[in-house]
Design a protein around this ligand. Structure first.
Ligand code: AMP
Length: 109
């Protein structure tokens, strides 16, 4: 499958990894729009929130706990979590991802 974020999760394309476990990878956004801008992806290929199935319920819950752990480890006092859905929603990479943003935000993601 020709998916950029699948290739990043399989380390076929390098990234600046922030945190990883069996199900998720967090890596720095290549074009940061905030002082702190990390992307969080499930390793499972899910195109977007639109493609979520009820079987993904647990995975999505875990994803938010994973994000919370990163924010805590990085001592982020406050932050934004943004998920773009579909091209019309500003999603350019068709693999579900959350933007974790903190500090000064320069641009809307
Ligand atoms: P979205 O617009 O929600 O699909 O966000 C995709 C994000 O992926 C953008 O903020 C890009 O800067 C980021 N991005 C694209 N390619 C890479 C890459 N190779 N490594 C890290 N971030 C990337």
């Amino acid at each position: 499958m020709d998916c950029l974020f699948c290739k990043i999760s399989k380390k076929e394309i390098s990234s600046d990894i922030v945190c990883e476990n069996d199900n998720f990878l967090a890596f720095k956004d290549i074009n940061p729009k905030a002082d702190f801008h990390t992307l969080i992806i499930p390793k499972k290929h899910i195109e977007s929130i639109k493609e979520l199935q009820s079987e993904d319920k647990e995975l999505i819950g875990e994803m938010f706990l994973f994000i919370k752990e990163i924010a805590r480890d990085k001592n982020l006092k406050g932050y934004k979590i943004a998920i773009n859905v579909g091209k019309e929603g500003g999603q350019f990479v068709e693999h579900l991802h959350a933007h974790l943003l903190a500090g000064e935000i320069k641009e809307v993601v």
